[in-house]
Design a protein around this ligand. Sequence first.
Ligand SMILES: Cc1cc2nc3c(=O)[nH]c(=O)nc-3n(C[C@H](O)[C@H](O)[C@H](O)COP(=O)(O)OP(=O)(O)OC[C@H]3O[C@@H](n4cnc5c(N)ncnc54)[C@H](O)[C@@H]3O)c2cc1C
Length: 435
Amino acid sequence: MRGKSNHKGFGHGGLRWVVLHLIAQKPRHGYELIKAIQEMTNGDYSPSAGMIYPLLTELQEKQLIRMQVCAEDARKQSYQMTELGHQVIDAYKEHIQEILNRINIRAQQPKLVIDTLHILKKEVREVLAGRPLNAEEAEIFVNALKTAATTLQQLKQDTRVKTSTATLDKKPYRVRHHLKFRIVTVQDIFNISPSLIRIVFQGEDLADFKSESFDDHVKLFFPDAATGHLLKPEMTEQGLKFADDIKPITRDYTPRLFDLDAKTLAIDFVIHDAGPATKWAQHANIGDQIAIGGPRSSMVIPMVYQHYVLMGDDTALPAIARRLEELPASAQATVIIEVNSPADEIVLDSAAKVQVTWLHREGQASGQVTLFQQALQNLSLPQQNYFIWLAAETQVARQLRKILVEQYQVAKHAIKAAGYWQRGTSSAHTVIDDE
Ligand SMILES: Cc1cc2nc3c(=O)[nH]c(=O)nc-3n(C[C@H](O)[C@H](O)[C@H](O)COP(=O)(O)OP(=O)(O)OC[C@H]3O[C@@H](n4cnc5c(N)ncnc54)[C@H](O)[C@@H]3O)c2cc1C
């Protein structure tokens, strides 16, 4: 896409990408977009309504966004992404990330720098519009700008080395999604390994399914085990409401693969000793119905790292496999996965350069840290530009994060750790932050 905007680090055409990025985060009104851009630029840039609304019309004409009338007030309209819009921003996500990084860096510049730049631009404009300069004045003008340009070139060369990796916006960021309750039907069932069953769900409700991060989760709502009856809630302002407050059993699972054209979603179920979700997956039949809620949001780890370390047990395997499939050829990944035995290893596809270590429990109980601890002794972490993601039993994930921070001096912001289940507890999800 081409365009004219070249404001405050946006670059040519950048405003379009920023507007699409903001609408992809959540549906927004035109004035909310103006406010969000003001905030992003630290108040340095506020696109006018005369710029934003024609741009929104253009994006609608290109079918990248659509307008929806606000339920509470028909005079208000918000804009949301179309499927084509999502595909386009997905295809250009690295370009968009670059624009966001530029805007972010520019927004962090000291106020004095920005004010001085405005003064300089104003003075240049006024001198050039005043009257034709004579030869002597022209020389003064050129020399003044040349001196400034040379100084800035030196500054740029000095800082380029320092900022090339350090100032990229690498922080994971959250994208919220409209909460939806979907009824889906089992279309296919495969045994991927002795301990992993893939169930492919299909349904019209999946036509607008969204999952932007490999470690997203959906909530599966299981039918009543005795009657097979699937409880359907009402969507209220407070969330899902079930009749008589009788809630079905729910568990969290990773959206492993989805296809919006075929309206399918595949989920890989780990088979362990007990639990309604496991039991349901083991006895599922083609044609069975289940309900799916979410993902409510995605915590996106930007694809800007050179090296990814991915660690976890069987329950993390779907997310790890999905991440590996998404990584570009330029990335490297070190993967440590614990399963029961060599028979439980699965094929992992990736364009990236991947080194996988499989750990085998060989019949020992899952949810123990020992095998991971041993594997960490052989782990050599890169010097910089890496991100560690790990998920396992809660205590195991907690201990691993502690070891990485305390013994390996990994910066806390370079790790995302989660408990995907907890020994002796049902349906546990623990985000392990600073504890
Ligand atoms: C964000 C997120 C994503 C997840 N993605 C997946 C996924 O893609 N595939 C997947 O299989 N699981 C995944 N899990 C884990 C899954 O939600 C739990 O394992 C869940 O507890 C299984 O439900 P259940 O009904 O079988 O057992 P529950 O009724 O929840 O638990 C019954 C008993 O089994 C134990 N238990 C639970 N899980 C395990 C296990 N894996 N191994 C050994 N004992 C266990 C519990 O401690 C409890 O004592 C994910 C969890 C989270 C939080």
